[in-house]
Design a binder for this molecule. Structure first.
Ligand SMILES: Nc1nc2c(c(=O)[nH]1)N=C([C@H](O)[C@@H](O)CO)CN2
Length: 119
């Protein structure tokens, strides 16, 4: 399946298992692969035939500002569902990381894959 990828998308949200973590917005970093419905855009060369990655980033950033999460797992699920339902992606891969949250750990995060059968 053809897909769009977005790497190291920075966004802010209220997230954390501990109450003190959810007193202020925290940065999260998203790595996304978004399956494309068909190969029509590669033939038509028309933005209307694909998923507009600019709109995806804007929508995700706005949505994450409105939501709050306890776990990265729930954040990843929220993003996957938004891409499947609002952007009609047939399949998505969503990786989310919290930069700098654990001492002496390069990166920590969650990676999920979902398809239309999950909505
Ligand atoms: N599997 C997970 N483990 C933990 C998470 C999480 O989101 N998923 N979160 C935390 C805390 O919020 C952490 O980021 C700071 O201590 C701990 N474990």
């Amino acid at each position: 399946m053809d897909h769009i990828f977005l790497r190291e998308v920075r966004a802010n949200t209220l997230i954390g298992w501990y109450d003190w973590e959810r007193t202020a917005l925290q940065p999260v970093v998203l790595d996304l692969q978004i399956g494309l419905p068909s190969r029509t855009a590669s033939a038509s060369d028309d933005l209307i035939d694909t998923i507009d990655y600019d709109k995806v980033v804007q929508r995700l950033r706005a949505s994450l500002l409105e939501q709050q999460f306890l776990l990265l797992e729930a954040l990843a699920e929220h993003i996957a569902r938004l891409l499947l339902t609002e952007f009609k992606a047939p399949w998505v891969s969503v990786a989310v990381t919290k930069p700098g949250i654990l001492q002496d750990v390069g990166q920590v995060g969650v990676h999920i894959e979902r398809s239309q059968s999950a909505v």
